[in-house]
Unconditional design. Sequence first.
Length: 550
Amino acid sequence: MTKKINLFANLKSDFASGLVVFLVALPLCLGIAMASGAPLFSGIIAGIIGGIVVGYLSKSHLSVSGPAAGLTAIVLTAISDLGAFDIFLTSVFIAGLIQLALGFIKAGSISNYFPTNVIEGMLAGIGIIIILKQLPHAFGYDSDFEGDESFLQDDGNNTISALLGLVNHVQLGSIVITAISLIILISWDKVPALKKLKLIPGALTAVIVGIVLNEIFIATGSPLEIAREHLVSLPIPQSIEEIQAIITTPNLSGFTNPKVWMTGLTIAIVASIETLLCIEAADRMDVQKRYTDTNNELRAQGVGNMLSSLLGGLPMTSVVVRTSANAAAGAKSKMSAIIHGVLLLLCVVSIPVVLNKIPLATLAAVLLLVGYKLAKPSTIKHFWEKGKYQFIPFIATLVGVVFTDLLKGVLLGIVISIIFVLKGNLKRAYNFRKEKYEDGDVIHIDLAQEVSFLNKAAIKSTLSEIPENSKVIINAHDTVYIAHDILDLIREFKTTRAIDENIKVKLKGFKKAYHLENTEETPNKVTFEHYYDAAKRTTVKREIKTDDTI
C-alpha cells in the first residue's frame, strides 16, 4: 500500500543532497548537450524540467531525471538527418506522447522482470565507468565530454586509450585540487570534529575550496593555475535577444514527416528502457526499500519530455549517475530531485559567472567517490559467494556495461539469466495465486515448487496489496528452489514494511541456508479456519495446526 508522501518531512537532508546533485548535474547537462550537437542551454532546460516537473510527478523517492548520455548518439544523428533542431524537438514531443501512452497501458511492469543480479551488475558497471571516465578530468585532461558513458568516445579514443593518454596531458593544478577535494569529501563523513558542519554538504565545501584555490593560483601567477578550458563552461547570454533565443519551440511541420515519427518512437523506447532500469536501481539503493510505481514513472517522463520539447530542451530519462549521487548524498525523498531542478534554474540565471569558476577536477572528485560506492569490491565478492548462477549474469552485465553501453550490457545479463532459468527449470510450474483479503484475515501465500525471478512481479504486487494490521503466512514447504530476488523481496518486506504497518509475518518451510527467521515448527494444536482453495475456486473449512497461525 502506498503512503502519502510529505515533501517537506526531510527537508534538511533533501536540500543537502539536492545541492550535491545540482553540482554534479550542471556539467553533465552541458556536456551531453554539446555531444548531442544541440544548443548548450537545451541540456540545462532538460535538467530543470527533469528535476522540477518529473521530480514532482514521479513517485520515486531517489530517482533524478535529466538529459541522458545513452541518447546522445540518437540525438546527434537525428538533428543531422532532420536538418534542424526545431524539427527534432517535434520528435521529442512525440516521444513524450508515446511514453505517456505506455504508462497508461501499464508497460512499466516490464521492470519487474529485471533480475536483481543484473541490476546490481549494471550499477557496478556504471560505477567503474564513472571512475574510468572521471580520472582524466581529475588529472586535467578534458577532451571527452562530461557525462559520456560509452566505451568508444567521439574524439577517436576509447575509455582505455584516454587513460593511457593522461601521461601527455597532466595538469598539476587539477591534480592538487582533486586530491584536496577527495580529502575534504572523505573527511566529511569520517572525522567526528566535522559533524557540526553537516548542514553544509562536503561537496559544496570542496567546490568552494576548489574555486578559492584556483583564484589564488591565478592571482599569484602560479604554474598550478587551472586554465579556462578545465572549468565549468556555462554560456552567459549578453543580450535580450540571446536570452529569447534560448527558448526554441517545435516546428509543427515535423508532424507530417515520417522520419520525425520514427525518431520519436526510437527515443521513446530507449528512454523508457533506461528509465525503468534506473528506477529498479534506485529502489535497490533505497535504504527504506520503497517500491516505485513504474507506470506512473513512464507517464511522468512522458509529460517531462513533452514540456522539455516545447521549451527547447533535450529528451530526458531517469539517470543512474544523478540518482546514485542523490542516494550517496543521503536523500530521503523526491524533494531532493525537485531542489536540484530549482537550483539549476536559479543559479544559471543569477550566478553563471560564479559557476564558471568551478574546476572540473573538483566535480571529478565528487563523482569518483560516487563511482566507488557503486562498484565496491565487497559487492563483487557478495555475488561471487552466491554461486555461479548469480555471479555469471552479474559479472557479464558489469563487463558489458563497461565495454559497450548500458542497454547492451543489461541485455547480455538478462539473456544469460533467462538461459540459466530455462535450462534448469523449464518443466517446473509456478502456482502462486493472489486473492483479496479483508482486515483481520490470515493471509496464506503458498509458494510453488519453483520460484524464479520471473515470478518477482506477481509476488511484489501481492505483498504491496497486503493491508495494514494483517497476519501473513508465507509457506515454502513444497518449494525446491527460490531465487535470491524472491528471498530478498520477502526479507525486505518482513524487516521494513511489515514492521512499519504492523503486519505480522510467519515464515514456514524455508531452508536455514536462506537465513530467514521464524521458520521453526511448533507443537501441534488442532483448530479450524476458512481457507480459499485455488484448485476448487471456493472457500472451504480446513483443519490446521498451531504452526499455521500467527
